[in-house]
Design a protein around this ligand. Structure first.
Ligand code: 5GP
Ligand code: ZN
Length: 137
């Protein structure tokens, strides 16, 4: 299941060259061309899924296992001090390439990068209202 117009389909399937750091039947992991830090990598499924919501559960499970394996190796080999996993869904959430990918971002003391948000200050009522909206029973 590929999308002819999708650049990550072409990269994941080797039609466009990339700096690949891992490959198996279902995934390719590449270095990001605009890295937040040294080693910033992207886990790409070889099949086309636009985002997390389209991802089959068995692929989603494998993404997390790969993130754990490769992430800890990257931290070790690059002498990083930490690792962020980032995964954007939808334009509003910062997604710019609409082929699912998981960012692996090694973090270094004094790397001057920011991956975060401004914390809100919801009251008890607001938290309860939100809880009612999304509770999964
Ligand atoms: P998003 O904003 O969709 O979560 O992340 C897209 C990421 O893909 C960005 O970090 C961007 O630098 C990276 N990117 C975009 N085009 C290419 C490309 O052609 N090759 C590689 N290696 N990375 C890309
Ligand atoms: Zn694609």
């Amino acid at each position: 299941m590929k999308d002819e117009t999708c650049i990550f389909c072409k990269i994941a399937n080797g039609e466009i060259p990339s700096k690949s750091i891992y490959e198996d039947e279902e995934f390719r992991v590449i270095l990001d061309l605009g890295p937040a830090t040294k080693g910033h990598a992207l886990i790409l499924p070889k099949n086309h899924y636009a985002d997390l919501f389209e991802l089959p559960e068995e692929i989603a499970e494998k993404v997390m296992v790969l993130a754990k394996k490769l992430g800890s190796r990257m931290v070790d080999k690059l002498h990083a001090d930490g690792l962020n996993l980032v995964q954007n869904n939808g334009e509003t959430a910062g997604q710019t390439v609409f082929h699912f990918h998981m960012h692996l971002i090694p973090r270094y003391k004094d790397d001057n990068q920011k991956i975060g948000w401004v914390p809100g200050k919801p009251g008890e009522e607001e938290l309860e209202e939100t809880q009612k909206q999304i509770i999964y029973e």
